[in-house]
Design a binder for this molecule. Structure first.
Ligand code: SF4
Ligand code: SF4
Length: 366
C-alpha cells in the first residue's frame, strides 16, 4: 500500500498548484485539479494518471526547488502513479511486486520460463532440435499444450487487469457524474492514441531544461503500435487456425507474418529508443524508485520482439526449436508481469482520460 507520506505530499503540492494555477493551459491535470477544492486519495490517484510526465510544469514553476516550497509536480505525480498501481492491484497481496522489478529480475524470469517450457517440451515428447520439419513449431510444442499454457496464463492476467481497472475507475469517479457517453469515450481514445498530452504545451516534450525533441513521443508510438500489431498478428493466426484450419507456419507474405514483422520492428525500435532516452532524461522529472519498473518492462518487450524476429528469420533451421522455447519463455515472462508492472499505466491513463472527458473540464479541445 502507498505510504501516507506520498499521499500527504501529493495533497500539499496540488493545494499549492490550485492556488497558483500558472500551468493551467499545459495539460488536463490542472483543469481537473481546478474542479476540486480538496484532494482526497482518489482525487490524487486520478490526477496522477492524467499526467504524462512531459516535464513542462517543472521548468515553468517558480516554486520548484531550490524554492522553499519545493514543488516538483512531475515527480510527485509519478510517485502517486506508482501508489495508484499498488492501491488498485488485484490480488492485493501482489502489490509489492511493482517495486521489485529490474533488468536482472526480467532476465531471470525469461530464463526460468524458458527452462520450464523446455522441461515441458521434453516431457511431452516434443523435439527440441527438429530436423526435416521445416518451420513446424508444433513439432517442438504441441498446439494443445501451447494453447493450454497461454490460455490459462492469459485468463489470469486479463482478470487481474480487469479487476484493477474496475477498482480504479469506480474509485476516481467520486462525484455525481453523467454516464459515460460515446463522446467522452471518443475524446479519451483520441487523446490516448495520439499521446496528445505527452507534449503538453503543444511543443515537443522536454528531456531537460530548454531541451526539446519529438523522440519520446515517437518511441512511445512505436512501442504501443508495435504491441498492438503483434497482438493483431496472434489474433489473426488464431482465427486462421481455429476457423479456417490454416495452420502455421504461414507464408512470409501472409497477414499474420506481415503484422507480426511490422509489430516486431516497432517493438525493437520503440523500447530501444525509450531506454536510450531514459538514460539521458533529467533525473528531476521522474521518480528514481520507478526506474526498475520502467526499464524491466521495456526490456521484456525488446527481448520478446528480438527472439520473435530471430525465430522468423531462422525458422527453417534446426535451432528453431531452441529459439521457439526462448521466445515463448519471453512472452510468458512478459505476460505474467503485465498486471504488476508498467503496462498498467496505459490502462489507468485511458480510464483517467475518460473520467476527464466526463467532467468536461474547461480545456481547449480544438
Ligand atoms: S507547478 Fe508550480 S507554477 Fe505550475 S501551477 Fe503548480 S505551483 Fe504553479
Ligand atoms: S503532463 Fe506535463 S504539464 Fe501536465 S502535470 Fe504532467 S508533467 Fe506537468
Amino acid at each position: 500500500m502507498p505510504s501516507s507520506d506520498v499521499i500527504r505530499h501529493g495533497e500539499y503540492v496540488m493545494t499549492v498548484c490550485n492556488a497558483c494555477r500558472y500551468c493551467e493551459q499545459f495539460c488536463p491535470v490542472f483543469p481537473a485539479m481546478e474542479n476540486r477544492r480538496t484532494f482526497a486519495k482518489a482525487d490524487l490517484m486520478y490526477l496522477a494518471n492524467l499526467c504524462h510526465n512531459c516535464g513542462e510544469c517543472l521548468y515553468a514553476c517558480q516554486y520548484a526547488p531550490p524554492h522553499e516550497f519545493g514543488i516538483n509536480a512531475p515527480r510527485t505525480l509519478a510517485e502517486l502513479r506508482t501508489a495508484s498501481y499498488e492501491t488498485y492491484c488485484w490480488p492485493q497481496p501482489l502489490a509489492g511486486l511493482f517495486r521489485r522489478h529490474g533488468v536482472t529480475t526480467s532476465l531471470v524470469l525469461v530464463l526460468a520460463m524458458s527452462a520450464a517450457i523446455f522441461a515441458g517440451v521434453v516431457w511431452s515428447g516434443g523435439r527440441v532440435y527438429p530436423s526435416g520439419e521445416g518451420a513446424n513449431f508444433y513439432a517442438v510444442m504441441p498446439h494443445s499444450m501451447m494453447v493450454g499454457l497461454f490460455g490459462a496464463v492469459s485468463a489470469f492476467v486479463l482478470a487481474a487487469l480487469a479487476f484493477g481497472l474496475r477498482r480504479f475507475s469506480r474509485d476516481v469517479n467520486v462525484r455525481p457524474r453523467p454516464p459515460v457517453t460515446a463522446r467522452a469515450n471518443g475524446l479519451a481514445l483520441r487523446d490516448a492514441l495520439t499521446l496528445r498530452h505527452l507534449h503538453a504545451s503543444g511543443d515537443d516534450c522536454p528531456s531537460a531544461e530548454e531541451q526539446r525533441a519529438p523522440w519520446r513521443r515517437w518511441f512511445h508510438h512505436a512501442t504501443f503500435y508495435g504491441f498492438a500489431l503483434c497482438f493483431a498478428s496472434t489474433s489473426v493466426a488464431a482465427v486462421y487456425h481455429s476457423v479456417f484450419g490454416w495452420h502455421a507456419p504461414h507464408d512470409l507474405t501472409s497477414l499474420p507474418v506481415v503484422l507480426g514483422t511490422l509489430g516486431g520492428v516497432g517493438l525493437l525500435v520503440g523500447p530501444a529508443g525509450l531506454i536510450a532516452l531514459h538514460r539521458r532524461r533529467d533525473r528531476a522529472l521522474g521518480d528514481p524508485a520507478q526506474t526498475g519498473m520502467d526499464v524491466s518492462f521495456i526490456t521484456l518487450l525488446f527481448i520478446t520482439s528480438l527472439t520473435g524476429l530471430l525465430l522468423l528469420v531462422l525458422r527453417e533451421r534446426p535451432v528453431m526449436g531452441l529459439l521457439l522455447i526462448v521466445h515463448l519463455g519471453s512472452v510468458l515472462a512478459l505476460f505474467v508481469t503485465l498486471p504488476y508492472g508498467k503496462f498498467v499505466h496505459g490502462l489507468y491513463r485511458v480510464a483517467a482520460l475518460v473520467q476527464y472527458a466526463r467532467e468536461d473540464a474547461p480545456i481547449d479541445r480544438a
